[in-house]
Design a protein around this ligand. Structure first.
Ligand code: ADP
Ligand code: MG
Length: 313
């Protein structure tokens, strides 16, 4: 069973459970309204040695920041600020006190920058691999929450930053080139926390999620949840080094992907730039369709991409 197959199986199994106000599986976080216009958003993400990182290719300190950053990215994707986290670690004997202290120093440095407390977790031994699990909690106005299901026909589609650096960096790391700028971006992704919380308060921002698996795969989650299709102008994808394949199919960029009401794009881009000093990248639009597909356009013509690792949806 694939990862998504298992998640669908779990979601179906629990579909009729009493959710007691919690939103069901399917978005970057689950959301609980807590009275007035307040809500909590909660997410969890795991990093496993050998699957998500190689111990020799990353420092413990970097890993501490990354474990937190990838979770903060999911909270940002809901349009809320993160307020607290829980951290669980399973450590083998050869990742001893020194490794653990460095890891926590990294985790603490990003927590401090973001003003977030660590309020719980679990610590245990492991046979030979390091396993890290983080729970991140966001809190803010329920009316600011952005869901994958909120894209509307006509919306402009944006990404919050340049794409593909992490995938290129991973290739560098796997060929033992650890000190390239892209390798560093792979080890130290920067979540768009301030941007996510700011966009939460912008009514013209409709659907939002973060890019962890790659644009081609992640955009389909919005399209499926919102029951629509997308036209993407390939030439407008902000691909690092002009490497469109890495930008579209590579994962772990942790930039925000969002849709904006079409007649608000000028004001939105202007205000975004005034706030953050750069413009987000408009890459296409949402179109009406019963099939949640991505139509890739190159110079106005529809193309069928031949990118490696690209599976047509
Ligand atoms: P993300 O990339 O944003 O972390 P995922 O693709 O990992 O999201 O997960 C998609 C959805 O499935 C999310 O709502 C997540 O909470 C849920 N999910 C993933 N794995 C599990 C699981 N083992 N049990 C329950 N829900 C899960
Ligand atoms: Mg996500």
């Amino acid at each position: 069973m694939s990862e998504f197959g298992l998640i669908e199986h779990i979601a179906r199994l629990f579909a009729d459970a009493d959710h007691q106000g919690w939103e069901a599986i399917g978005d970057d976080c689950t959301v609980l309204p807590i009275g007035g216009d307040e809500a909590l958003a909660i997410t969890t993400d795991m990093l496993v040695e050998g699957v998500h990182f190689l111990r020799d290719a990353t420092s413990a300190r970097e890993l501490g920041r990354k474990a937190l950053a990838v979770n903060l990215s999911d909270v940002a994707a809901m349009g809320l600020p993160a307020v607290a986290t829980l951290l669980s670690v399973a450590l083998p004997k050869d990742a001893g006190e020194e490794w653990a202290k460095e890891f926590i120093a990294g985790y603490h440095s990003l927590s401090k920058e973001q003003g977030i407390a660590l309020v719980g977790g679990d610590t245990t031994a492991s046979e030979d691999k390091i396993v890290i699990n983080v729970v991140a909690i966001g809190r803010g106005p329920l009316s600011n929450v952005k869901r994958r299901s909120a894209a509307r026909v006509g919306d402009a589609i944006y990404v919050g930053g340049r794409l593909g650096a992490s995938a290129i960096g991973l290739k560098d790391i796997l060929s033992q080139k650890y000190d390239t700028p892209y390798a560093e971006q792979h080890r130290l992704p920067v979540a768009q926390c301030a941007e996510g919380a700011w966009m939460g308060a912008r009514k013209e921002v409709h659907a939002m999620m973060d890019l962890s698996d790659g644009l081609a795969s992640d955009l389909c989650h919005i399209l499926r949840a919102s029951q629509c299709a997308a036209e993407i102008i390939v030439g407008q994808i902000p691909a690092v080094d002009g490497d469109v394949e890495s930008a579209v199919c590579g994962g772990e960029d942790y930039k925000l992907l969002f849709t904006v009401e079409s007649d608000m794009v000028e004001d939105f881009e202007h205000d975004f730039e005034a706030q953050f000093g750069y413009r987000p990248y408009r890459i296409g639009r949402i179109i009406e369709s019963v099939q949640p597909e991505i139509i890739w356009l190159n110079k106005g013509e529809r193309i069928t991409p031949q990118w490696r690792g690209f599976t047509h949806f």
